[in-house]
Write a protein that binds this ligand. Structure first.
Ligand code: PEP
Ligand code: MN
Length: 349
């Protein structure tokens, strides 16, 4: 494929559109951060000449990968997803890794606020918590829905942490986007293409989990769906794949997370809680992800894991979480990527 990047969305964009149309070259035009991307599926000398004729094209890239907007072949520098709250700014994909943590499900006000305070004190940057839960069994707890969204908004107000929560259907996107700072697309929904498109139009960053049976290419093509809607703020999350191994819930595919980071300019994080399904393995895998140069981790933490309504066995206790966070700060420091504790206050404008 061929991609031409043009600054802004004004005269240069109309000019290149006119030239390509004039030459009968089919193309797609997408807002792409501060730029506009023109995608021509079939590379040809005619397309090349048309792009040169425009005179205002910042960059022309020919891609071997089938996901041009997501590919490093087109954007060499890392994409940084920025979130701003009352307490400051969080950067995902910048120099430092980030710690995202919270309960699997929002179960009530007290447990959420207690967990949010623990996440804040330990230096976490983003609070997670499920409102709409994709559960394997229809008899399992399905989440508190809108009430959970309200509680996440309350926790954000109390702590200043931005929040991420899962959206399960295209219809839910506007509702969840009113409350959440980041829309999570769950592993089971990675190839729900209408959901990806809807989330791409919601004006919020999207955290896209890798499906347990998806290849890296399928995962990055799923991200391409979101970017093609004009939303460049996608965070990729490896959360374990299905293998023959039964001692862990899934197998954390750390090398594929690093592959994704090589192939794409998007931030890549790891979720060792869902990957391992075991609290005792979560810290080791979280530290490995930081040491591997990835952009952060997302973990589950609960005030009373033995009585959690979902994913208790993999949820860290408050003490376990604080210990893991401290170790993460040390590994990040030793890797030359020291982490900020929580949102960076100085960056509030
Ligand atoms: C979650 O993060 O709450 C979750 C359900 O994860 P996954 O989609 O990776 O199973
Ligand atoms: Mn969970």
């Amino acid at each position: 494929m061929m991609v031409a990047l043009v600054r802004g969305g004004g005269a240069a964009v109309s000019k290149l559109s006119g030239i390509l149309e004039g030459h009968g070259i089919p193309f797609r035009r997408v807002p792409f951060g501060q730029r506009t991307a023109f995608i021509v599926e079939a590379e040809s000398p005619a397309a090349r000449e048309a792009m040169a004729e425009c005179g205002e094209v910042e960059r022309v890239a020919v891609t071997r990968e089938p996901f041009p907007l997501v590919s490093r072949e087109v954007v060499e520098e890392n994409t940084v997803v920025r979130l701003t709250t009352s307490r400051g700014t969080v950067e995902i994909g910048g120099r430092a890794p980030v710690l995202i943590a919270g309960p699997c499900s929002v179960e009530g006000e007290n447990m959420l606020l207690a967990t949010a305070r623990t996440v804040t004190e330990a230096g976490g940057a983003v609070l997670r918590g499920g409102a709409f839960k994709p559960r394997t069994s229809p008899y399992s707890f399905q989440g508190l829905g809108v009430r959970a969204l309200e509680l996440l908004a309350l926790a954000r107000q109390e702590t200043g942490l931005p929040v991420v929560t899962e959206v399960m259907t295209p219809e839910q996107v506007p509702l969840v986007a009113r409350y959440a700072d980041i829309l999570q697309i769950g592993a089971r929904n990675m190839q729900n293409f209408t959901l990806l498109q809807e989330a791409g139009q919601a004006g919020r960053p999207v955290l896209l989990k890798r499906g347990p049976g998806a290849t890296v290419q399928e995962w990055l093509l799923a991200a391409e769906y979101v970017l093609l809607q004009g939303n460049p703020n996608v965070i990729l999350c490896e959360r374990g794949i299905r293998t023959f191994e039964t001692s862990t819930r899934h197998t954390l595919d750390l090398s594929s997370a690093v592959v994704a980071k090589r192939l794409s300019h998007l931030p890549v994080i790891v979720d060792p809680s869902h990957a391992t399904g075991r609290r005792d393995l979560v810290p080791a895998m979280a530290l490995a992800a930081v040491a591997a140069g990835l952009d952060g981790v997302m973990v589950e933490v609960h005030p009373d894991p033995a009585h959690a309504l979902s994913d208790g066995p993999q949820s860290l206790t408050f003490d376990g979480f604080a210990g893991m966070a401290e170790a993460m700060f040390r590994v990040a420091e030793a890797s030359g990527r020291p982490m900020a504790r929580g949102p960076v206050l100085a960056a509030v404008s």
